[in-house]
Design a protein around this ligand. Structure first.
Ligand code: NAD
Length: 665
């Protein structure tokens, strides 16, 4: 059967032969055994509803074994034999061109070169799933291949509920991932409902098919570091010779040394897992591997003296580095952390003074003791950071729940009011006021032809548009524009494409809209093929997350999720080709609601109207909410937008004088 025929058949008519698990695959960790006997039976009953009765006997035994061995039922037998990667869009069998582009995006997120655990349909973050099992994948592909532009496919946490009649203007796909009744949103609820096969963790872009490989995180980390240095450097100073100390060389954290190099500093990244550190070194993401502390000290001092731009991976625990640099009086300019503290008890954060192997044994065999050691380490970690900040280090939480877990461990990280943390998050101090409040966020696009020439052409278009905008822009946003012009100028040279022909840059509503309109014109003129536009959920409007994207909201509303919900509904009727809303994301199940969209530009006037209408709302929704929260930069941005757009009328906050409140209670 050809690739097209296999897509069109959905669940095969004949039971496929059971296959051996590929030896070179990076397998997802075994999940918790959380279901009762009755619930395990329910999980099998749920899984079998995808298949004809005649297969039930055989598959029931096999799925029970999968549940026992892996804690989940992935239905490995049904993984198709064809290679999964973003093919040129014309290779997909489809009635709807929009649906074909969505298949391409799904395939990119399941491509073994892009995805973390492709056999388990996990794209990144250990649990960021596109589908829960291979039956959902097969059915979804079949639906997409056969649906028209007057139907909408509804995906419930990877499960294709069906295609329903809609209209050309409606989204082709509506995605929800992990939407729970709020009382059932604890981490173990994910374990349970995912094991039952009724919910999944979509992360920020996996479950919406918008993940584009490491490029997104390198760009975001570079922007964060450059702006962090701007905060602390005196006029005329540069990051050269200044130290950025952090931890983690994993999936996302591995971007830190590369971003450090682009920002022009000395970055030191501690990593307890030698394999992760070596992999990043082999890939050229970090310059130097060091595994003993004395060598690290010598090499760091050398780099400082010579003002080198260098990235160093230290194989060991980051707490040892913080503590030793304190006793040696080495000045750390920027400090952060990107260990996986959103999953602290299952290997996201390793305790100090215990070997990596022994820690892994404790996780399996003595979880209570492991938790104790993690919390002890968090207290030491924070105490050492406090010593450095007293000497002038600027420390920021990088959205990995470091301060949250440190506070839960009783570490000295609370501010005097005992409500806030002593240190700001990167969104509170950097990305919030410098980017999100002005509407700048991670806009991205994918050239569906699969041609690198198309990507180059779009890079050129984007650069021209940003340069034109720069000429008339207010001084408040010029640095952001300039950073992104520099990024796009070097984009090809930085060789960031893995998987689909994709690009990211930060732009505001004006930039996103003008770049997209120029793409649409180029498509209409036949210069490039169709383009998918979208964004990371980690953006101005898409995500409500009190310790990350909305941590710089100070009117008490950061624990609400209205903005993200309005965003997904608002985008859906303004022309998005697909929309998605997720529970989970980087900071954990129950801690964030995040959403996004994808839009296919096909060169038509309809696409031009859709992009303008939708991108305008997609960005300005968040600016309006941020301005209502009294954020100065957002007030500036929304007033400017209202001047440009007579149809826009946003409720503006009146600012109360402190003296009025002082003696009230
Ligand atoms: N702010 C953002 O934009 C952003 C982006 C991506 C990821 N994150 C967050 O950053 C965290 C890391 O993401 P990831 O994908 O790299 O996870 P990952 O699990 O792949 O990598 C984390 C690495 O930290 C290492 N590590 C753990 N404890 C350590 C310790 N004490 N000392 C030294 N190394 C240690 C682990 O061995 C692992 O390799 C997550 O919590 C994620 O949500 C934030």
């Amino acid at each position: 059967m050809t690739f097209q025929e296999q897509i069109l058949q959905g669940i095969p008519a004949e039971l496929p032969i059971k296959k051996a698990y590929p030896t070179d695959a990076n397998r997802a960790p075994k999940r918790k055994d959380i279901l009762s006997t009755d619930e395990k039976q329910l999980a099998i009953r749920n899984a079998l509803r995808y298949f004809p009765k005649k297969w039930h006997q055989e598959l029931a035994v096999e799925f029970a074994q999968e549940l026992k061995n892996f804690g989940r039922i992935y239905m490995y037998r049904f993984k198709p034999d064809y290679a999964i990667y973003a093919r040129p869009v014309s290779e997909y069998p489809a009635v709807s061109n929009q649906a074909a582009a969505i298949m391409l995006m799904m395939h990119n997120n399941l491509d073994p070169a892009v995805a973390q655990h492709p056999e388990e349909l996990i794209t990144y973050g250990g649990n960021g799933a596109v589908f829960q099992n291979w039956a959902q994948y097969l059915l979804t592909m079949q639906y997409l291949a056969t649906m028209t532009n007057e139907q909408t496919l509804h995906l419930y946490s990877g499960h294709p509920m069906g295609i329903f009649p809609s209209s050309k203007e409606a989204p082709r796909v509506v995605v929800t991932n992990g939407m729970m009744i709020p009382n059932y949103s604890q981490p173990d609820d994910w374990e349970k409902f995912n094991a039952l096969g009724v919910s999944q963790y979509g992360q920020m872009t996996a479950g919406s098919f918008m993940y584009i490989g490491p490029q997104g995180i390198v760009h975001g980390t570079t922007i964060t570091l450059m702006n962090a240095f701007r905060k602390i450097l005196k006029k005329g100073e540069t990051p050269a010779g200044k130290i950025f100390l952090t931890a983690g060389l994993g999936g996302m954290s591995g971007a830190q040394p590369k971003a450090g190099n682009i920002a022009g500093c000395i970055s030191i990244c501690a990593e307890v897992n030698p394999k992760a550190a070596k992999k990043r070194h082999e890939q050229g993401w970090v310059d130097l591997l060091i595994d003993d502390m004395d060598t690290l000290l010598i090499r760091t001092k050398q780099a400082q003296e010579k003002k080198e731009v260098i990235s160093i991976a230290f194989i060991g625990n980051v707490v040892d580095v913080w503590e030793r640099f304190d006793t040696e009086n080495i000045r750390i300019h920027l400090g952060s952390d990107q260990t996986s503290l959103h999953i602290p008890w299952t290997g996201g954060y390793y305790p100090v003074a215990i070997s990596y192997e022994e820690s892994n044994r404790l996780i399996r065999e003595e979880p209570a003791l492991f938790k104790e050691k993690v919390q002890e380490t968090l207290r030491r970690h924070a105490a050492s950071i406090n010593k450095h900040t007293a000497k002038g280090t600027y420390f920021f939480d990088y959205g990995n729940a470091f301060l949250l877990e440190a506070s839960r461990a009783g570490a000295d990280v609370m501010a005097a009011n005992n409500i806030d943390f002593k240190y700001a998050s990167y969104v509170q101090d950097i990305l919030g006021p410098m980017c999100f409040d002005y509407g700048f966020g991670p806009f991205r696009w994918v050239c569906t032809s699969g041609k690198s020439e198309d990507l180059e052409h779009t890079d050129q278009i984007a650069m021209n548009v940003l340069q034109e905008i720069m000429v008339h822009s207010p001084k408040e946003i010029q640095l952001q524009l300039q950073d992104n012009i520099t990024w796009i100028q070097n984009a090809k040279k930085n060789k960031m494409v893995v998987g689909s022909q994709a690009r990211i840059l930060y732009a505001d509503a004006e930039g996103r809209s003008k770049i997209s309109a120029a793409f649409n014109n180029a498509i209409a003129a036949g210069r490039i093929g169709a383009v998918v536009i979208g964004r990371d959920h980690h953006d101005v409007s898409g995500t409500d997350s009190p310790y990350r994207e909305t941590s710089n909201i100070y009117d008490g509303s950061k624990f609400t999720a209205d903005m993200a919900i309005h965003n997904v509904i608002g985008d859906s009727f303004r022309g998005a080709t697909w929309v998605s809303i997720h529970n989970g994301g980087g900071v954990g199940w129950g801690e964030v609601i995040n959403g996004g969209f994808g839009m296919v530009l096909d060169g038509t006037p309809e696409a031009d109207a859709r992009l303008k209408n939708m991108l305008f709302y997609d960005v300005n929704n968040g600016i309006a909410r941020r301005s209502w929260a009294r954020n100065d930069e957002a007030l500036f941005a929304i007033k400017r937008e209202m001047e440009r757009t007579p149809n826009l009328k946003v409720t503006i906050a009146n600012i109360v004088e402190d003296t009025i409140l002082k003696d009230l209670f």
